[in-house]
Design a protein around this ligand. Structure first.
Ligand code: FE
Length: 193
């Protein structure tokens, strides 16, 4: 068979190239969830973060038992029991431990899980992601990048544009409702009268 022996190395090379391409794509894809690559939101805004560290006793003092159990001991609240899973108001969600702004209401979406769910943090460096291998699963743990408090987990089944779902415990968050600027001006006016 003329040329027969040459075909085999060529197809092997093609196979190797294809596998390399698939591997490279896989790495990029798995990296996307961790680093938040390819975001179309908030123009890669970064916030200044000065680390907050406290002793265990100090955390116990400033947090409620439920906040302590979740933020400092990687706990999880029961679905549909938290105060913020169904919150539809506009505003900013902060870390209940240190007050860092973590999520904005315009990235909150209805996930049906019973936990507040967001498709992107408020700034690229506000929320950190660690690999969590507890409970016999490999998951990505979301943490506050200022106090390292446990927030929840990140999954790859979120909506566009990021495709991410930050599944966060209500107990790890506080909520600041955004005041309507127009109504604030009205109030100022009426104060001056
Ligand atoms: Fe924090």
């Amino acid at each position: 068979m003329p040329g027969g022996p040459e075909v085999k190395p060529k197809s092997l090379l093609l196979l190797a190239l294809t596998m390399a391409a698939v591997a490279a794509f896989g790495l990029k894809y798995s990296g996307a969830a961790i680093s938040g690559e390819g975001k179309a939101h908030e123009a890669e805004k970064k916030v200044g973060i000065e680390k907050v560290s406290k002793t265990d006793a100090e955390w116990r003092e400033i947090l409620t038992p439920e906040q302590y159990r979740i933020l400092r001991k990687q706990g999880t609240e029961r679905a549909f029991t938290g105060k913020l899973w169904d919150n539809k108001k506009e505003g900013v969600y902060r870390c209940a431990g240190c007050g860092l702004e973590l999520f904005a209401s315009d990235t909150k979406f209805k996930s049906g899980t019973g936990w507040p769910s967001f498709w992107d943090p408020i700034a690229v460096n506000a929320v950190g992601v660690n690999v969590d291998q507890t409970l016999g699963m490999v998951r990505e743990e979301a943490v506050c990048n200022r106090c390292d408090g446990h927030l929840g987990h990140v999954f790859n089944d979120g909506p566009k544009p990021t495709g991410l779902r930050y599944c966060i415990n209500s107990a790890s968050l506080t909520f600041d409702e955004r005041k309507d600027e127009a109504s604030e001006k009205e109030m100022e006016k009426s104060d001056k009268k």
